[in-house]
Design a protein around this ligand. Structure first.
Ligand SMILES: [Zn+2]
Ligand SMILES: [Zn+2]
Ligand SMILES: [Zn+2]
Ligand SMILES: [Zn+2]
Length: 446
């Protein structure tokens, strides 16, 4: 078992979480034969991927594929009892934030502090790993550079806004989860894939093995993985070295339910009380018939039309689920049309880039949409995000309808520097084009 832990620890600290077999063997003083034995073991098969060298060049490499994904709704008090993802402070996990320095931070910084996380780690059979390794695994899993992420903007109309600067693989996402239904989908290693492989020093490796690494990571991120995963026992040779794997105690005094009863000292505490008292907030499922149309269909020059194509709706739902990292159900998808903006759009020579706009309140959506037609500079800037996950996290849950509403927009700026977050003052540079209203999926019961 020590060898397995050392191997995980070594790879988690290696560049891109990948290292050459020979280098690992030398540094950890484990024979290559023993490493191969670990890789072959049923128990560890999702943890690592052997990425073989091409026939005439290179050296065999090993990638860490053990994935610990964090819940993106934790900071908004994830209400899902059996949420399959870790509940940890996002400011302490995600690569753009570094480490959380908030002394009064209401969110957990240690993996094994909450009963929720302990249960998850137990169920996944990972309780033989220390808290510090688990935390580093969560950090690596949140970082496309240290893990295997597939870009879901690629393949959409307009393509990936980051183009060649994207740090995720541009390959059919659905094929990697065995769900591609397009008969004409090429599934070939294109220029962008080759550039990605080069960036990660994988040019001389077997491409099939590289894609296997992606499949392993994506499998562990499926919301139902935890319910379907079957954890084989540690092989006997691993147990003979160290055999004190234990289940983590769950009866700690900081259980999730007691937080609700504490004094409302923070916004999150107030929200948790709200969540305990508002029945809509805790409602398990919302059916389409329960949702009254939140908006009129048109106002002034702006028109909203339904996305009528069923398969497009399914694809949007999958796309949002993948981006947000949480199973969602799309209740409404609208195309936003504005003749005034379209005229502007066609005159424009600049290639637009997609951004996403969070909505604080569904009722204010029209106000938000109308700002694109303003003649003057905006007094209060419009805050928009380059990726859906960030925009989603800034979106308020509408407690009355149990829904989130997110807007997509095009940004026309010749000197646009791709930032995670932009402040827009000039309405002529933006054009809203999609509105998505969605709710949580609870254990895939939709
Ligand atoms: Zn959660
Ligand atoms: Zn924090
Ligand atoms: Zn991309
Ligand atoms: Zn495909």
């Amino acid at each position: 078992m020590d060898d397995v832990i050392n191997l995980i620890n070594h790879l988690i600290n290696a560049k891109y979480s990948i290292d050459a077999l020979e280098s690992i063997s030398n540094q950890l003083n484990i024979s290559q034969e023993q490493i191969h034995r670990i890789l072959r073991a049923d128990r560890y098969k999702d943890y690592f991927q052997l990425i073989k060298k091409n026939p005439n060049q290179g050296t065999d490499k090993i990638a860490l594929t053990l994935d610990l994904f964090c819940c993106t709704h934790y900071a908004q008090l994830c209400k899902k009892q059996s949420c399959p993802f870790l509940h940890l402070c996002p400011y302490n996990i995600r690569p753009m934030h570094g480490k959380c320095t908030n002394k009064n931070c209401p969110y957990d910084h240690e993996v094994l502090k909450s009963a929720h996380n302990k249960k998850l780690i137990n169920t996944r059979g990972l309780s033989f790993l220390s808290d510090s390794i688990l935390l580093e695994l969560a950090r690596a899993s949140a970082d496309p550079n240290r893990s295997f992420w597939v870009c879901t903007d690629n393949g959409k109309k307009g393509g990936c806004p980051k183009k060649t600067c994207c740090d995720k693989l541009h390959y059919c996402y659905f094929s990697l989860i065995n769900a591609c239904t397009k008969t004409y989908c090429p599934h070939i290693i294109n220029e962008a894939c080759i550039a990605y492989f080069r960036h990660k020093d994988l040019s001389e490796q077997d491409q099939h093995d590289i894609l296997e690494a992606f499949k392993k990571v994506l499998k562990q991120r499926k919301p139902d993985f935890i319910n379907t995963v079957n954890i084989p026992p540690h092989p006997s040779w691993a147990l003979s070295i160290l055999s004190n794997e234990k289940s983590l105690p769950l009866n700690d005094n900081i259980s999730e339910s007691t937080i609700i009863n504490q004094e409302p000292t923070s916004l999150s505490a107030i929200r948790s009380i709200l969540s305990a008292t508002a029945p809509e907030f805790t409602a398990k499922t919302v059916y389409k018939s329960d949702i009254s149309p939140p908006l009129p269909d048109h106002e002034q020059d702006i028109l909203l039309t339904d996305t009528s194509d069923e398969s497009e709706c399914i694809e949007i739902e999958r796309y949002l689920t993948q981006e947000i990292g949480y199973s969602i159900r799309l209740s409404i998808s609208k195309t936003i049309i504005c003749e005034y903006k379209n005229a502007q759009y066609f005159d424009n020579q600049i290639e637009p880039v997609y951004y996403y706009c969070p909505t604080e309140n569904l009722k204010d959506t029209w106000k938000l949409l109308r700002c694109q037609n303003d003649q003057n500079q905006l007094i209060k800037p419009l805050i928009i995000y380059s990726n859906i996950r960030d925009a989603h996290e800034a979106t308020e849950l509408n407690i009355e309808t149990n829904q989130f509403c997110l807007l997509r927009l095009l940004v026309f700026q010749s000197n646009l520097i791709q930032e995670n977050c932009l402040e827009i003052y000039d309405p002529t540079t933006i054009c809203f084009d999609r509105m998505w209203i969605y709710v949580y999926s609870d254990e895939g019961t939709f």
